[in-house]
Design a protein around this ligand. Structure first.
Ligand code: GLC
Length: 519
């Protein structure tokens, strides 16, 4: 009797261990059959070495069968994750669909909603645990009387931004357009008018591509269940469970589909859909909660050329996203997926928060922002740089200053950004520099972050340069190589290196750029 209890206990422990391992892995990006086999192998050794070997032998058979069934199950899951018919697209087709985006490199993110009224971060409702009733005052006082999207569009254009992504709805659920499916929308505020149509028209008129951000999260919708980040969530798990019984994510899924349908059918061609965000795991939400596959299918049907980000919790597929979205950090190198470099876009703020935050004092300098843009492109990525307009409907001075600084730089240097990417294999980045490269024109751009005295040493580039100039004024930069030691007054380069003669005075721009015409 004791033996059989112990035996059952052992089986349970083994099965628990295996299933824990497998199911934990299943969520992660790279589930591989090899890993599962590896666990079985470990399991086998553990059993062979165990003093109770005989007992384990029988147990092992049982576990083996269960394990086999699990493997079959996993294989079925893998098969089920194969690209659905509607999502099939060749690599070339995808590249073509994304060509304008890959070329343009620089976009404006805009976070705007009633959270601009408190002016304390777009998550203010969550951070301060504000009840629906108390949050209502921001709705009741939202009246952006100075809103002029033409002015916004002109600023974005001047700064060299080629696309825009606006929060049509953020996590608080407030909608910037006259959605048929809710009353929590701008047309019911004192402002009364739709904000979105004039926005789209103004940006389009400037030749800027249109992107909509749509929050998957909704802290206002009565069917959106309480979870670990919901500001209204009861902290007691039992109470939360009871409260959630009245909520129905199926209904919320329908609401999202209806709203996304409005967004993708009433405003002409939409170039980007930026869905935000998934937080799977305990008391979180992921693809099953959003019905991600069906949502994406709808999106692709309504706007076949649209570009969609990667926050639907479909990251373990290669069809459920178009780009990676590192947020508020600079990846150390071009991000990869399954060993391949993939399209990516870092989204960044001026000051830390996305929505208008009056009292935030962590604003980045123009110089930092320009370097951020260059560094992004030097790693083959895009930059989506955010502005959080005020509740009056304007960009505040601090944002304007930065946009103007970027404009000043972009006016003379956008050639090192548009159409550019990481320098080809073999090019070595000189000290304190960042390289970008335009494959169309075969030009290399050296962004000199720290201006050296007189000579810039370029390792390994000898014989590859046809001509070089400063980009800000198109003035020639002479270059030469010299391997002969000639005493105290002779500069020497390595055999494959080049020395560039720089003016002693650094050009008066945020980041000076040398344009190299390659042979
Ligand atoms: C995060 C935040 C959000 C912001 C977004 C931008 O997901 O929740 O406030 O909109 O990032 O990337």
């Amino acid at each position: 009797m004791i033996v059989s209890i112990y035996y059952t206990h052992c089986i349970c422990r083994r099965v628990k261990f295996l299933s824990n391992y497998i199911f934990k892995r299943k969520k992660s990006i790279s589930l591989s059959r090899n890993r599962v086999m590896f666990v079985f192998f470990l399991n086998k050794i553990y059993i062979l070495l165990h003093p109770n070997f005989k007992l384990y032998k029988t147990m092992y058979k049982t576990v083996g069968i269960i394990g086999l069934l699990l493997i079959i199950g996993i294989n079925l899951t893998i098969t089920a994750q194969e690209t659905p018919g509607w999502a099939r697209e060749t690599k070339g087709e995808k590249e073509k669909r994304m060509a304008w985006w890959t070329h343009d490199r620089f976009g404006m993110f805009i976070h705007w909603g009633i959270y601009a009224v408190p002016g304390r971060h777009e998550w203010v409702k969550q951070r301060e645990r504000i009840s629906d009733a108390d949050y209502q005052k921001y709705f009741d006082h939202f009246d952006p009387d100075l809103y002029d999207p033409k002015e916004w569009a002109a600023k974005a254009k001047a700064a060299g931004m080629k696309y825009v992504v606006l929060t049509t709805k953020h996590h608080d659920g407030f909608c910037l357009w006259d959605s048929k499916h809710t009353d929590f929308k701008v047309t019911k505020t004192p402002y009364k008018k739709d904000l979105l149509k004039p926005f789209v028209d103004a940006f389009r008129a400037e030749g800027i591509r249109i992107g909509f951000y749509y929050s998957l999260i909704d802290w206002n919708h009565p069917d959106f269940t309480f979870d670990r980040i919901h500001p209204g969530s009861p902290s007691n798990p039992e109470e939360r469970k009871i409260a959630n019984e009245k909520r129905d994510m199926k209904k919320y899924q329908k609401y999202m589909k209806d709203q996304v349908t409005e967004l993708l059918t009433q405003f002409g061609q939409i170039d980007i859909l930026w869905l935000d965000f998934s937080y799977p795991g305990e008391n979180g939400k992921g693809h099953q909660d959003w019905d991600s596959e069906e949502l994406l299918k709808l999106v692709r049907k309504l706007q076949p050329n649209i570009i969609v980000n990667n926050r639907l919790d479909l990251s373990n597929t290669d069809w459920g996203w178009d780009l990676l979205t590192p947020e508020q950090f600079m990846p150390k190198e071009w991000p990869t997926w399954n060993g391949q470099r993939v399209p990516w876009e870092t989204c960044q703020t001026f000051s830390g928060s996305w929505g208008y935050f009056r009292d935030e004092y962590s604003w980045k300098s123009v110089n930092q922002l320009v370097v951020m843009l260059v560094e992004t492109v030097s790693k083959g990525g895009n930059l989506l740089l955010n502005v959080g307009p005020t509740a009056r409907g304007v960009f505040d001075d601090r944002a304007n200053e930065r946009l103007e600084g970027i404009e000043k730089w972009m006016k003379f240097h956008n050639r090192s950004i548009y159409g550019c990417t990481q320098a080809p294999e073999g090019f070595i980045t000189p000290n304190n520099c960042l390289l970008t490269y335009n494959p169309e024109t075969n030009r290399l751009y050296i962004h000199v972050l720290e201006w050296p005295f007189k000579t810039l040493h370029l390792p390994g580039i000898r014989g590859k340069i046809k001509y070089a100039q400063l980009l800000n004024d198109a003035s020639e930069i002479k270059f030469w190589s010299n391997t002969q030691e000639g005493g105290s007054m002779t500069e020497v380069s390595g055999a494959n290196d080049v020395m560039m003669s720089l003016p002693v005075e650094r050009p008066n721009v945020a980041v000076p750029v040398i344009e190299i015409f390659l042979k």
